[in-house]
Design a binder for this molecule. Structure first.
Ligand code: F6R
Length: 241
């Protein structure tokens, strides 16, 4: 595991965008695994800026996102599709037909998950997976558990995740209770993993996940077993290690 220390959020965003742009330049037809959440917003903004300058071309790239809420339509401004479209897809020349997220509107969880596993397999697997880190160590929506789930699955969100997401909805009742997420095996099969982390409030979980025991209670700890992980974190997030 390589840990790259960034000065602050902007520096983290630039460094992470550099890693992603190197991937796209080296393999224009690569498969990027993408994440939502606050942390990668600056990374996407940087990629958009470099695209606008003519330094990046996404025309052959395929993207597969980590997760999507179950029951939110794509045009709901809290859906992860909406987020990705707003922050990246509509601002670069990625082919919309090659941008994939789990289908949140598929009510049959078994079908939604097996369809998404097939999308990832048909794309040839993930070259570079971008991850944020939850305060409880979750990656995607793989919440603390007794097991590491393999493929895409439907999760009941924990109370703490529902509360953390409440700020984006009019009321807590509107926060979806379930989501579809890529599994840990799929994430671990990505050729490279890039984790972005920012802020003092993540310092304890950075220490636990990357320097503590490997356990499904802290799902990100499994990344210690991956052979090509880069963590780009700012000084605040690294303050306890
Ligand atoms: C996002 C995702 C989540 C977030 C994590 C950190 O697709 O799957 O695991 O990466 O909750 O979120 P932020 O970046 O908002 O702290």
């Amino acid at each position: 595991m390589k840990i790259i220390k960034a000065k602050d959020y902007n520096d983290m965003s630039r460094k992470a965008a550099n890693v992603i742009s190197a991937q796209v330049i080296m393999k224009p037809g690569c498969v990027l695994g993408l994440a939502t959440g606050s942390t990668p917003i600056g990374t996407y903004a940087q990629l958009v800026e470099w695209y606008q300058k003519g330094d990046l071309d996404f025309s052959e790239v395929t993207t597969v996102n980590l997760d999507e809420y179950k029951g939110l339509p794509r045009d709901n401004d809290q859906s992860y599709y909406y987020f990705m479209n707003h922050h990246l897809f509509s601002k670069v020349n990625v082919d919309p037909a090659r941008t994939f997220l789990p289908d949140g509107m598929e009510p049959d969880s078994g079908k939604a998950c097996s369809d998404y596993n097939k999308v990832i397999a048909d794309a040839g697997g993930i070259d570079l997976q971008l991850l944020g880190l939850g305060h409880n160590g979750h990656i995607g929506f793989n919440e603390p558990s007794d097991v590491f789930e393999a493929g895409t699955h439907c999760v009941d969100l924990t109370e703490s995740t529902i509360k953390a997401n409440q700020r984006f909805f009019a009321s807590i009742e509107e926060v979806p209770r379930q989501a579809y997420t890529m599994g840990i095996q799929t994430i671990m099969q990505a050729k490279k993993v890039l984790v972005v982390v920012s802020g003092e409030d993540k310092a304890a979980i950075v220490k636990e996940a990357f320097f503590g025991p490997i356990t499904p209670r802290v799902q990100a700890s499994v990344l210690q077993l991956h052979s090509d992980v880069t963590v780009v974190a700012d000084e605040a997030a690294l303050s306890l290690i």
